[in-house]
Write a protein that binds this ligand. Structure first.
Ligand SMILES: Cc1cn([C@H]2C[C@H](O)[C@@H](COP(=O)(O)OP(=O)(O)OP(=O)(O)O)O2)c(=O)[nH]c1=O
Length: 217
């Protein structure tokens, strides 16, 4: 028997589903379809939060069953530039060559929408060892890069490239579980049998009026 869903996950990403399963949050899925083009000069944290909010809003408007809606967006950032999912093979190879032998950041924005709106983000530093061109080509052939931000999956074979990570592993995979759980507790969604809000948390609720509200935190 399936557990009754507690939330709607506004995502087509199998990784996000698996991560929610990992912490035992029963959910149903309704994918959102939003334009992922960054605004001119947009800061990476603004970008991932804006897209996460747009995804949760789109599903909230159409879901109809009043369940809280959770959405996320992940971007790789190198030299201040946002790398999304690669368009094609050449784009993926160029991204991987750029990430080789240096550090980058992975940002994930999370939005949880019910009668109120809450949001959070994770910012993780990842360092790749130098990659040979043969390795990069073989990695493309593995099929892993094509639907991943930055053209890699830390939870897959790209684990072979990661020298160091500081921050949220689940955030890199696409849904920072610690931060998401804080938001879910605030919304009264029971986790491990409890539903109490976390005292002193820094995540502030966001006014609910349907617009993207991006005041600095
Ligand atoms: C960096 C990295 C990203 N990713 C994935 C997570 C996301 O699925 C994807 C980033 O693209 P997103 O646009 O964040 O998500 P999505 O289009 O896959 O899914 P949806 O919008 O429907 O929720 O990259 C990994 O799986 N592993 C990694 O190591």
């Amino acid at each position: 028997m399936f557990a009754k869903p507690l939330i709607v996950l506004a995502s087509a990403s199998p990784r996000r589903r698996e991560l929610l399963d990992q912490i035992g949050v029963a959910h149903r899925v309704a994918a959102a379809d939003v334009d992922e083009t960054p605004l001119p000069g947009e800061e990476p944290e603004h970008y991932v939060l804006r897209l996460a909010e747009a995804k949760s809003w789109q599903v909230w408007q159409t879901a109809g069953d009043a369940l809280p809606v959770l959405a996320a967006d992940t971007a790789v950032v190198v030299d201040g530039e946002i790398l999304g999912k690669p368009r094609d093979r050449e784009h993926a190879l160029a991204m991987l060559r750029r990430l080789s032998g240096r550090g980058h950041r992975v940002l994930t924005g999370v939005s949880l929408r019910a009668q109120q709106h809450w949001r959070a983000s994770s910012d993780t530093s990842v360092r790749f060892r130098p990659l040979s061109d043969a390795e990069i080509l073989a990695y493309w052939d593995s099929g892993e890069p094509c639907d991943k931000a930055g053209a890699y999956a830390i939870q897959g074979r790209a684990a072979l490239f990661v020298e160091r990570i500081e921050g949220s592993f689940s955030g890199v995979v696409g849904l920072p579980l610690f931060e998401s759980a804080e938001l879910m507790r605030k919304a009264g969604i029971p986790l491990l049998g409890g539903a109490a809000a976390i005292a002193g948390s820094s995540h502030l609720p966001v006014r609910e009026d349907g617009r993207n509200i991006m005041e600095p935190r």
